[in-house]
Design a protein around this ligand. Sequence first.
Ligand SMILES: Cc1cc2nc3c(=O)[nH]c(=O)nc-3n(C[C@H](O)[C@H](O)[C@H](O)COP(=O)(O)OP(=O)(O)OC[C@H]3O[C@@H](n4cnc5c(N)ncnc54)[C@H](O)[C@@H]3O)c2cc1C
Length: 461
Amino acid sequence: MSSSLVDLRKTLGEDKVVTNPDILRIYARDPASFEFELPLVVVYAESADDVVDVVNYAIKNKLYITPVFHSTSLSGNAATVARNTIVLSSERMNKILEVSDVDWLAVVQPGIKIDEFNLELMRYGLQWPVDPASSKTASVGGSIINGGGGVKGAKYGPAPHWVLALEAVIGTGERIRVGCRTLKCREGYDLLHLFVGSEGTLGVITEATVRLAPLPEAFVGIVAQYDDVVDLANTVVEARRRRLWLMVAEFMDDDGSDLVGLGRKYTLWMGADISAGSEEVVLTRLREVAEGNRGKVVAEAAKWGDFFKLLEPRRLLYPAPVKRAVESYGGNAVILMADVAVPTSKLPEAMREVKDAVRLYGVPTITGGHVGDGNIHPTLWFDKSNEEQKKKAIKLFEHFGKIAIKYDGTISAEHGIGVHKREMLKTALEARGSTAALRIYREIKRIFDPHGIFNPGKIFE
Ligand SMILES: Cc1cc2nc3c(=O)[nH]c(=O)nc-3n(C[C@H](O)[C@H](O)[C@H](O)COP(=O)(O)OP(=O)(O)OC[C@H]3O[C@@H](n4cnc5c(N)ncnc54)[C@H](O)[C@@H]3O)c2cc1C
């Protein structure tokens, strides 16, 4: 161990500084199964003071810092890509510091897991309505920093809508607070939303003040199946035309539904949070819109808890391909989940084109997603030792991005750019005539991180 790490142990305490190679190896991979660099050390911060110490230490010793919560990012956002990196974990910073049932806000340490947070909020009749399929493991901070979304996104939108303020340590070692405790906050530039979606490249957040919503009085939902993806997409389009404000609209394509045991059909989960007493009226409207687009209603739920259980197969969109890929390719399996979105009106054409591309390339792929906010996740897998297959798979992955761009959409709706989509980001910005954005990103990063220590190799580097 280098003498400088001895200094770090002295400053922070033995149990926060880990150099066990088995632990280090965990941080040299991402869920996609790409391998990255082995970090030098993992530090488990327990306070903002610890974070300041690590940042100052990194500046002094010319080391990088990759901040990590629970490492569930799907674009390599939290992976170590450079040598001489300190992995700075905030997983131990997981306390709820305050809940206000009048201001409908909470102050939390950012490493708290989303499900644990929401479980506590239930006592207050409140929720943080950002609900990624990974909510058992993923943190509130991770969702904010990746700008993530979830299954309630059709109504509530993604994490950027549900954060009021952040405390962070930036690359000078200074602590700053951005945003306010109020819903309205107009004090100069919006630095809060620079951090949201910054993927650990601007600083390390140590506290978050988040907006809350009341738990709905009642909920109804249906599951419908279709023979054609366009009919499924048209159901969501028509729901919007009829001013049916869905809370959930999730889907899985025919291959995906088959893989998770629902039969070879396109499956749509669709539901709305409503006032008590209107259950039957809204259920009828849901049935009408599905059946009017050649859907067959295969299940119904009159409570959120029951619908939540019906959603279980949809939550396998990532785990099911992981299982299948490992069965097929063992340790050489790589799973890539695209994260494109298009405006709702373009869903029928874009979803048809995604399906056509999958057939054309012949790479194993299932597609699902948060169709209620236009977010489609084609998920493909391949054998990384097979160069030809790998090339084809990466081309298909990029092709999904091009489909999104063609239909006025985005190459990343909620997972961020990380390392997997750096080239696609350039393509998207070029397509919008906005290449100057890359220079602006670099200049912003230099202001927050003048020594260039935070999360190298991500987004645009
Ligand atoms: C099965 C599965 C399903 C998923 N479903 C969804 C979904 O429905 N919606 C969705 O949005 N995502 C989904 N994801 C992706 C992932 O769960 C989210 O991106 C999540 O928000 C990441 O949270 P995390 O706690 O794991 O953060 P991490 O992956 O550890 O980190 C997220 C980012 O934050 C940075 N970071 C870490 N700590 C700090 C800090 N203290 N300060 C500043 N930056 C920091 C990291 O460098 C990284 O860039 C899914 C992933 C899986 C595996």
